[in-house]
Design a protein around this ligand. Structure first.
Ligand SMILES: [Zn+2]
Length: 247
């Protein structure tokens, strides 16, 4: 049986039937925060989302970039697509205007840390020191605090996950890696994503941190194909909402 893909393995779909909260707030046995009512809150992690409609979430890490992000936004708009940008704090400080453009275009903006340091091995105070300035910067621009966090370098540990959960974040992984941080052609990036994408996939790209022109060019190939195949292109929160509505 194939179900929700979570950090550490698969959870059978049947085991989650009718429990939207669990569906989206999948714990992996590492404990969780204790709410005011005494209930233990599972650490929320999501890698892909079981949806009954053809929808996927494209995500872009490490920006904003003045070189690539505006081009990506133009393409997303052209194809009626929404996406999620996991931004780095130090880049927000340099290019707040681009984060504003992302939000004005209806994109979701998530937290990717202040300095892109892996949270593994850090204590909660150090984690908060890296996460909160980004949260404040995004909130100052959008008026809403971000609810999604992506681990820099994809690396965390139980303490980091619990700390992020305590801070109100869902930790977002991915089920399709475009591998666009490697030297690859646009065609290779696009064909890999098209081969692996499924309804409910979360796809990771990068809009900064290197030459991302192949990523931009891959989107020119991918976006029309995904739309032709009937995919809605939504933010991560919208994808989770689609699953919630279907349950
Ligand atoms: Zn990153």
């Amino acid at each position: 049986m194939r179900g929700v893909q979570v950090f550490g393995g698969w959870v059978a779909r049947g085991a989650l039937a009718g429990t939207a909260a669990v569906l989206l707030l999948v714990g992996v046995g590492i404990g969780g925060a204790v709410a005011r009512d005494g209930a233990v809150q599972p650490v929320r992690q999501v890698r892909s989302v079981p949806v009954s409609v053809k929808a996927v979430a494209l995500t872009f890490d490490d920006g904003p970039s003045p070189t690539y992000t505006p081009a990506i936004l133009d393409l997303l708009k052209e194809y009626g697509a929404k996406a999620t940008f996991f931004v780095i704090g130090r880049e927000i400080m340099r290019y707040p205007r681009i984060v504003r453009q992302e939000l004005q275009a209806g994109m979701e903006v998530g937290n990717h840390g202040m300095h892109h340091v892996a949270l593994k091995g850090l204590d909660p105070t150090a984690i908060a020191a890296d996460v909160l300035p980004v949260e404040r910067a995004i909130t100052a621009i959008s008026g809403n605090r971000p609810t999604l966090y992506r681990l820099p370098k994809g690396v965390g540990d139980a303490r980091a996950l619990r700390t992020l959960s305590d801070m109100g974040y869902a930790v977002v992984y991915w089920s399709v890696d475009a591998h666009d941080y490697l030297p690859r052609t646009a065609g290779a990036i696009a064909s890999q994503v098209l081969r692996e994408v499924r309804p409910g996939s979360i796809v990771i790209f990068h809009d900064a941190g290197g030459n991302r022109q192949p990523t931009v060019d891959a989107l020119k190939l991918l976006l029309p194909r995904l739309r032709a195949e009937g995919y809605q292109l939504v933010t991560v929160s919208q994808l989770m909402e689609l699953a919630r509505n279907a349950s």
